[in-house]
Design a protein around this ligand. Structure first.
Ligand code: GLU
Length: 299
């Protein structure tokens, strides 16, 4: 395992997307990051992942920081806010575009669904899905002639930028894509082999936002010198894409720890969309920060 600490101080980050209020699952992740940073005599950063400027309104960003401070966390200020760094993501996109690894995709969700249904009917078998259960993009726009794409662009048709996964894997070269996992004590927990192809031609710049979660997270972890990425298991499979992007952009691969997710009494993972209680709800119901920390297994 590479010894990041040998080159300087370990750097940890908690990176919420404030498109809703934080719940106990976020609290667990933030507290674990802070604890691991403390044990490693490392730095602890908070990064606001607000590329979706429509959903991540200023009130939610402020509420998120209030909740983290209420939990007793202390982090370096100012926090990096992704919405202020679109230029950094654009530079990375240009690097990939120059190498012919991106293509514009003009498909709407409905068009993708229709193309998938057509292929399923033709093949008589289900179309493959990515690790999150979404159908792989059927590459409708991959073979679109460049003049046609240009004409659509100049006519103002909205488009996303997709990674040409096959070209990207060729460009990545024969050396296997892997990363090192650490346990919550920060000790070596094995090397993980990546298989980014299972995600297909992922979107690196959305139609409505000039970047995507995958691209922004990789660029920011590098810019901020993050050595340890500690986050939920729901993002474990996405790490394969991140390691590929790090290789393509010649950025270092941090160490990763993917922790178990907090669940409700029915065993479902906590989620804003499922109406899980927010930290603000728990606070209003009279719980103290110390009680929440104790419930989550922190002192
Ligand atoms: N912003 C992401 C989320 O809230 C987490 C990003 C990460 O930790 O890599 O799900």
């Amino acid at each position: 395992m590479p010894d990041f600490a040998a080159g300087g101080t370990p750097v940890f980050r908690f990176a919420p997307s404030p498109n809703g209020l934080l719940h106990a699952g976020h609290a667990y992740s933030a507290l674990l990051n802070a604890e691991m940073a403390r044990r490693a005599s490392g730095r602890f950063l908070v990064r606001i992942e607000d590329i979706d400027t429509v959903r991540c309104v200023p009130d939610l960003v402020a509420a998120c920081l209030t909740d983290l401070a209420w939990l007793g966390l202390d982090w370096e200020r100012p926090e990096r806010r992704q919405s202020r760094h679109f230029g950094d993501y654009d530079r990375a996109l240009k690097v990939l575009a120059r190498r012919g690894l991106l293509y514009p995709c003009f498909c709407s969700r409905r068009e993708v669904a229709e193309a998938v249904a057509e292929r399923e009917a033709h093949l008589g078998s289900p179309w493959p899905r990515d690790p999150e259960g979404a159908h792989l993009y059927p590459q409708t726009c991959r073979s679109r002639p460049p003049e046609e794409a240009e004409a659509l662009r100049s006519a103002g048709a909205p488009y996303a930028l997709r990674l040409d996964m096959r070209a990207a894997l060729t460009e990545a070269g024969p050396e296997p894509l892997t990363y090192f996992r650490v346990d919550r004590e920060g000790q070596d927990d094995g090397r993980v082999a990546c298989d980014p192809a299972r995600w297909g031609d992922v979107v690196l710049a959305r139609r409505d936002v000039p970047t995507s979660y995958h691209l922004a997270v990789v660029v920011d972890d590098a810019i901020q010198g993050v050595t340890h990425v500690v986050r939920g298991r729901d993002l474990e499979a996405a790490t394969d894409i991140h390691v590929l992007l790090q290789r393509l952009l010649r950025l270092p691969t941090p160490l990763y720890h993917h922790h178990a997710l907090q669940t409700d009494s029915g065993g479902q993972k906590l989620a804003k969309s499922r109406g899980s209680a927010s930290l603000a709800d728990l606070r209003e119901a009279g719980l103290t920060a110390a009680e929440i920390r104790a419930r989550l297994g922190f002192s």
